[in-house]
Design a protein around this ligand. Structure first.
Ligand code: FAD
Length: 473
């Protein structure tokens, strides 16, 4: 660890940085990074759009070390920003920028990385649950489940880095929600450290437990603002049987949703995804793939996956001359999924950065009946070459990627999210609010709801120590 003979301003008062670092060292058994270069991977997010300075990164390996680190931060009046895999897309996993973020964090920040909280208990076969540390990745958990003949139903393209704690803190969705539900539905128990260092733990794992407020449900989706999640007891599912997938062209979002609904009447749909022609073309050039369909005039491509023992000949809902590619084995299916799973990555290339453009990443959900009309309204607002839309059509959840000059980012974001609010949608379907959407929260939540949320935050974190500026400004 590098010690700096420096004083740092916190809440208008100066404090001794050396003393803080020594105390943190003691709390987490020397697992402190304070050298600015070594902190870089922790201070900038996946999108490259968000990030700011931290005074240190602490990497506790036990719950008691998390508690001790939080108590040190409270004593010195510095903020604690919890970070898992740093794959979040709303600027919530990194400190605020001192220059460009509209949310000003007065307190210096310590990043608490959970990536060493990787304890694993054996899978409980009778309850179909498993207890893991919050730093275990989603991919690792999926492997643990598979090794026991079970299945973890939350899946997302960031699975190799995203952590269980991060997915619980954001109530992550992903590609299997239409079959298995969001992360909140998987939580059977949770351990977390509160802003005063106290540890709360509810690990009974009971399917039924109506003893007062559900703290687990509250902490799920709290994005590090109420507590640091340290361990999670998760519900596993039985694995799906044999699957089939099809990639086909559709006229628009309404047709895609109607197809999902129709196929779902007779079959167990495991995923129903869409991406537009522009996004498909970007992935083809990024991944050096050929155009997957015969024609390229369909505005949207749809990827449907379902449980099936059928053969291609049994697909009576798909006409023989349909412009579609069917996959009935895992390797063909994986090839089809590439077109969908690399959409976020491909969208990073949408803005002309040399011309000062930024990428606006929005994640909205809309009532099913309004998907097509919203798409039409959006396309009337944004030039086609500046827009990519993809998402989880089975959940009415769209990811909207827009390239815009930096000076227009706020106006364009507000214009689109206001349209979502007017149409009865949500400004965050699954990524959370973070810093990026905090100022737009009122478009989806009433003044009374915001007052109740602020009361909860003030009660659980009266000093505003945990993740200031995230969710609530
Ligand atoms: C390519 C790609 C695809 C993605 N696809 C999806 C998708 O389909 N669905 C989806 O929902 N998301 C998706 N995401 C977003 C992201 O992966 C999720 O939000 C994920 O849940 C973040 O997990 P993480 O461990 O990386 O958390 P981080 O990014 O580190 O943190 C996210 C938030 O959670 C808080 N946090 C993290 N760990 C804890 C903890 N232990 N205790 C308390 N707070 C904590 C942080 O403070 C922050 O506010 C995708 C991201 C990428 C890059």
């Amino acid at each position: 660890m590098v010690l700096m003979n420096d004083c740092v301003s916190g809440q208008g008062q100066e404090f001794d940085l050396d003393a803080l670092l020594v105390a943190l060292d003691g709390a987490v058994d020397d697992a402190v990074i304070a050298d600015p270069d070594s902190m870089t991977p922790f201070t900038r997010d996946w999108t490259g759009r968000f990030g700011g300075p931290a005074v240190a990164v602490v990497r506790p390996s036990t719950t008691s070390q998390v508690s001790a680190a939080i108590k040190v931060c409270a004593k010195f009046g510095v903020a604690v920003l919890t970070q898992g895999g740093n794959t979040g897309l709303v600027g919530g996993s990194v400190p605020a920028s001192t220059t460009s973020d509209s949310v000003v964090n007065e307190k210096p920040t310590v990043i608490l990385s959970t990536t060493r909280l990787v304890s694993e208990q054996p899978v409980d076969q009778s309850a179909q649950t498993v207890l893991v540390g919050s730093g275990v990745t989603v991919a690792r958990l999926q492997q643990l489940a598979a090794d026991s003949g079970l299945y973890y139903g939350v899946d997302l393209a960031s699975r190799d880095s995203a952590t269980i704690g991060g997915t619980v803190a954001t109530n992550a969705g992903g590609i299997r929600v239409c079959a298995y539900g969001m992360t909140r539905t998987k939580i059977r128990g949770l351990e977390a450290v509160l802003a005063n260092g106290d540890v709360v733990s509810s690990m009974r794992g009971l399917p039924k437990d109506n003893t007062g407020y559900d703290l687990n449900a509250l902490l799920c989706g709290s994005e590090g603002t109420l507590a640091v999640i340290t361990q999670v007891l998760l519900q596993l599912d039985s694995p799906p049987g044999k699957t089939m997938a099809v990639l086909l062209g559709v006229d628009g979002l309404d047709q895609a949703h109607e197809l999902f609904r129709k196929v779902g009447q007779d079959l167990r749909v495991l995923a129903a995804e869409v991406f537009d022609r522009q996004g498909a073309a970007q992935v083809c050039s990024l991944a050096d793939l050929s155009w997957p369909l015969r024609d390229n005039d369909a505005p949207y491509l749809m990827l449907l996956e379902w449980e099936s023992n059928d053969t291609i000949d049994d697909l009576d809902w798909l006409s023989a001359d349909a412009d579609a590619v069917v996959a009935s084995n895992p390797s063909d299916s994986a090839r089809l999924w590439t077109y969908r799973e690399r959409q976020s990555e491909a969208a990073q290339g949408l803005p002309d950065r040399a011309a000062g453009e930024e990428l606006i990443k929005l994640d909205v959900s809309l009532p099913f009946a309004g998907l097509g009309a919203f798409d039409t309204a959006l396309r009337a607002m944004i030039a086609p070459e500046k827009l990519i839309i993809f998402g989880h059509i089975g959940d009415g959840n769209l990811h909207i990627e827009i390239a815009a000059p930096l000076s227009e980012v706020d106006d364009v974001t507000h214009m689109v999210l206001e349209e979502v609010g007017i149409r009865g949608g949500s400004i965050s379907g699954e990524h959370g609010v973070g810093r990026a959407k905090a100022k737009y929260l009122g478009l989806s939540r009433s003044a009374q709801e915001l007052t109740a949320m602020k009361a909860i935050k003030n009660a659980m974190d009266p000093e505003g120590l945990l993740a200031p500026g995230i969710i609530l400004q």
